[in-house]
Design a protein around this ligand. Sequence first.
Ligand SMILES: [Zn+2]
Length: 392
Amino acid sequence: MEIKNKDLIKLYNLPEKVIFCKRCTISNQRPRITFDKDGICSACNFSEFKKNKIDWKKREDELKKLLDLHRKSNGEYDVIVPCSGGKDGSYVAHQLKYEYGMNPLTVTFAPSIYTDIGKKNLENFCRIGGFDNLLKTVSGNVHRKLMRLSFLYIGDNFQPFVYGQTNFPLHAAIQNDVKLIFYGENGEVEYGGDMKNAYSPTREITDHNKHYFSGKPPEFWEEHGVKKNDLVTYMAPDIKSIKDKKLEIHFFSYYKYWDPQENFYYCVEKTGFETNDQRSEGTYSKYASLDDKTDGFHYYLSYIKFGIGRSTSDSAHEIRDGKITRDEGIALVKKFDGEFPQKYFIETLDYMDISEDEFYRVIDSWRSPHLWHKNEKNEWELKFPIWKSNIF
Ligand SMILES: [Zn+2]
C-alpha cells in the first residue's frame, strides 16, 4: 500500500498555531476542544463548573429517580454497565449495585491481546466484587484484519475495539431486555471535546459516529474488502430496534463527582482491583487502561498526530482534580509523553501483520509539519512542546 502524508489540519480541523491551556497541560490540538478568551480549555472550565456550580445532592436525587424507574424486582437485570474490570466501570457497577440496589449485567468487549493484569482484574471484579459479566470475544482473524486496516488508513489501531466497546453494550441491552446503559465519564467533557452533552446526563447514539468512530463506522471497511458477515459483530443494532426499546445511555459522571484517582482507591477496596507492578509506557500511572497489550500504540499515535500523549491526558485531568500542580504536570509530560511503546512492540506488529519498516512509514505519514520537524541530529522533534511554551 502506498503511504501518503496526511493533512491533519484539514482532517481533524486543527488550529495551525499550537496553544496550551494556562491551567492544565492540554493543547488546542485535541480534536473538538475549545479555549476561552483567557486561554483556558473547555475541560478546565468544566472542571471548575463541576466543583463550584453543581448541586451534587440534587444530581443524586435525579439519579435515584432514574434508577427507581428502571429497577426490577423479578430477578432480571435492570442496567447494563460496560466494564473491563478497570477502575472506572467497576466503580460505576459497584455503586449501582451496592449503593442503589440495582441488578447490573456488566459487559466487556475483550481487548485485542489481553494482559495478565487485565484478565486478573476482570476475574477479581466478578469473584470479589460480586458481579455477573458477559465477555464478548471476537474472532482473532477478523479483529487482526480490522486492526491492521485501521492502523494503515486512520492511524489508530484501537478503532475495532472502540466499535465493540460502543456497540456491544447496545446488543446486550436489547438481548437482555434492559433499557438502561450506564457509562462512567463523558470523555468529551472530562478530557476536552464536544461540550454538547456537558449539561445532560445522556449520550445520543447518533453522536457515536462523530465522537468515537472518526466518521468511519464498521461498515466503512467493506470498501477495503472486509465481508459484511465479519463486520456484523462490530456494528450497532439497527436504530429502529434501539428506539423501539426506548434504550437510554447515561453517564455516571453527570450524577456523581467524577475523580479517576478516587475511583481507583474505591476499587482496590471493593472489587479487588490491582495495579500493574510498573507504570504504563508513555505515562507515570499504574492504574489506568491496563488490559490490552496493544494500547501503547494507540496512545503513541495520539502523540504523533496531535502532540498529545498519555502523560498529557493523565496529568491534565489530575491538575484539574487538584492532585498535582501544572508545573509537576509539565515535568511529567516532558519525562514520559513521547515514550515509545517498546514492551509489546513486536507482539503488536505481529498481531497486525505489519513490518517494522511499514510501521515507521505509517507513523511518519501522520507527523504534521505544523507540529514536527527534524532537529540538527536529523531526529524527529516536536516544534512546540509544553516545556518550551514560555518561549513561543
Ligand atoms: Zn485546561
